[in-house]
Design a binder for this molecule. Structure first.
Ligand code: AMP
Length: 194
C-alpha cells in the first residue's frame, strides 16, 4: 500500500514531440492504478493528460478530473473518468486539485504545466503546505529547467534551501520510491534532487 492515496499529475495538454511520452504517461497511470493511488488531474482527454487518465482507467483505477467550463471544448472534458468536476474558473480548478491531492507529480508539458509546478513550489516556499512535489524528468525533458533554477540559485535570487522543495527523478520507479519514503529519510543532497 502506498502512503499516499491521491496523486495530482500536472502535464501537457499536447502529446509533445518525443514519441516516448504518451506511453510513459499511460504507464504512470497504469502503475498508479496498481498501487491504488487515485489520479487527480485537469480533466482533459487530450495530450499527456488524457494518456495518463486512460492508463489509470484501463487498469481499474480511480480518476477525478477537474475542468473549468470554458476549457471543456479546448481540452475536451474526459467523459470516461470516475468523476469529472466542472468548475467555474481556473482558480477553483487549481485549488481543488491542490486540496484533493497528497502529492504532486510533473510530467513533460508546456506553459500551463510550468505554471502549475511553480504555483505548488512557491506555495511550499511560503510554508503553505509540505506535500511532496516530484518532477518526472523523462528522457531529460526538464534538464534545461533544472539548470535554469540552479543558475537562479547561483545568482542569489532563490535560497539554496529551495532545493528541498521538490525532487527530480528520471523514472516512474524513482517517483514511487520518493512518495514511499518519509521526508526525513530522503537524502537532501541526492544528485537527482534540485
Ligand atoms: P500545457 O502544459 O500548456 O499544455 O497545459 C497543461 C494544463 O495546464 C492544461 O490543462 C491547462 O489548462 C493548465 N493550466 C493551468 N494553469 C494555466 C495557465 N495559467 N495558463 C494556461 N494553462 C494553464
Amino acid at each position: 500500500m502506498s502512503p499516499i492515496s491521491s496523486l495530482c499529475v500536472y502535464c501537457g495538454s499536447s502529446r509533445g514531440a518525443n514519441p516516448n511520452f504518451v506511453p510513459m504517461a499511460t504507464d504512470l497511470g497504469r502503475q498508479m492504478a496498481e498501487r491504488k493511488i487515485r489520479l487527480i488531474y485537469g480533466g482533459g482527454r487530450v495530450g499527456l493528460m488524457g494518456a495518463c487518465a486512460d492508463g489509470v482507467m484501463a487498469s481499474g483505477g480511480e480518476v477525478i478530473g477537474i475542468i473549468p467550463q470554458h476549457l471543456q471544448d479546448r481540452e475536451i472534458g474526459h467523459s470516461g473518468l470516475t468523476e469529472l468536476k466542472v468548475v467555474d474558473n481556473m482558480h477553483t480548478r487549481k485549488r481543488m486539485m491542490f486540496d484533493l491531492s497528497d502529492a504532486f507529480c510533473v510530467l513533460p508539458g508546456g506553459l500551463g504545466t510550468l505554471e502549475e509546478l511553480f504555483e505548488v513550489v512557491t506555495w511550499r516556499q511560503l510554508g503553505m503546505h509540505d506535500k511532496p512535489i516530484v518532477v518526472l524528468n523523462l528522457d531529460g525533458y526538464w534538464d534545461k529547467l533544472v539548470g535554469m533554477i540552479d543558475g537562479i540559485i547561483d545568482d542569489g535570487f532563490v535560497q539554496p534551501s529551495a532545493r528541498q522543495y521538490f525532487s527530480v527523478v528520471n523514472s516512474i520507479g524513482r517517483l514511487f520510491d520518493i512518495l514511499a519514503a518519509p521526508p526525513e529519510t530522503q537524502e537532501p543532497d541526492h544528485p537527482e534532487r534540485i
